[in-house]
Write a protein that binds this ligand. Sequence first.
Ligand SMILES: Nc1ncnc2c1ncn2[C@@H]1O[C@H](COP(=O)(O)OP(=O)(O)OP(=O)(O)O)[C@@H](O)[C@H]1O
Ligand SMILES: [Mg+2]
Length: 261
Amino acid sequence: MTVNAGTGTAASITGRGIVKTFGGFTAVDGLDLDIRSGEFVSLIGPSGCGKSTFMLMAAGLIPVSGGELLVDGKALTAPLTDIGIVFQDHLLLDFRTALDNVMLQAEFRGLPLGPAKARALELFAKLGISHAVDRYPKQLSGGMRQRVSIARALIHDPSVLMMDEPFGALDAITRTQIRHDLEMLWLETGKTVVFITHSIEEAIGLSDRVLVMSPTPGRVVDEIAIELPRPRPAHLGDYPSFNTYSDRIHEAFRRFGVIKY
Ligand SMILES: Nc1ncnc2c1ncn2[C@@H]1O[C@H](COP(=O)(O)OP(=O)(O)OP(=O)(O)O)[C@@H](O)[C@H]1O
Ligand SMILES: [Mg+2]
């Protein structure tokens, strides 16, 4: 992998008629989307519709089988390096402390370690886990581990942050708080965020736009601009428009037989 630090700016991601096949199986078919620079966009769709596959393609980790994927208007030909990824499973190394797990990314990228450590400590503070710096992953709660994963994804100040169901394994209360903390971090940094989720509330709570995907083979079937003020409250039901957005997402899933009642 190329060793580099991020530019700290945001990137745009454009998909035009993306197709992805695995052998004879078509996982993604005709996926079009535009994710603007600095935008927070959620992808929501049923299990198996190709969300993770899209993320891997957009990160340049697997090739498209057809169509075009452009980052800042340029076709992707290699893995993106100016990117941070938070996977569903935290993937922290058990034998490294929280701080050392974050620093691994800095070491790997050949960043100067002094400033990287200062930045890591700053991220720990912003994410409310300063007390966890010297703890090992086994000594952390699930929510704390995901916060460490977010710090690791941001240590090199990437243009794009991609998150694949990052809070899927967390309880509802922890999810509500971590959602707010992520929103505050995003408001401060203005990075492009691609956020994959199964949670309609989480998608509405975080996003500028929600892209709804069809069942397999996946493509974008609805696009909803979320016009709620930021930072958003924990209880989104206070906004009448929350129900309008939520109904519209449910309706898209009903149309495709994902929700049958
Ligand atoms: N490497 C692969 N080889 C063969 N099939 C694959 C591969 N990766 C993904 N698939 C298939 O492509 C489809 C989309 O998978 P993907 O992981 O992108 O779904 P997803 O939308 O992320 O689902 P989930 O919400 O459950 O995570 C699935 O049917 C999956 O089995
Ligand atoms: Mg997935």
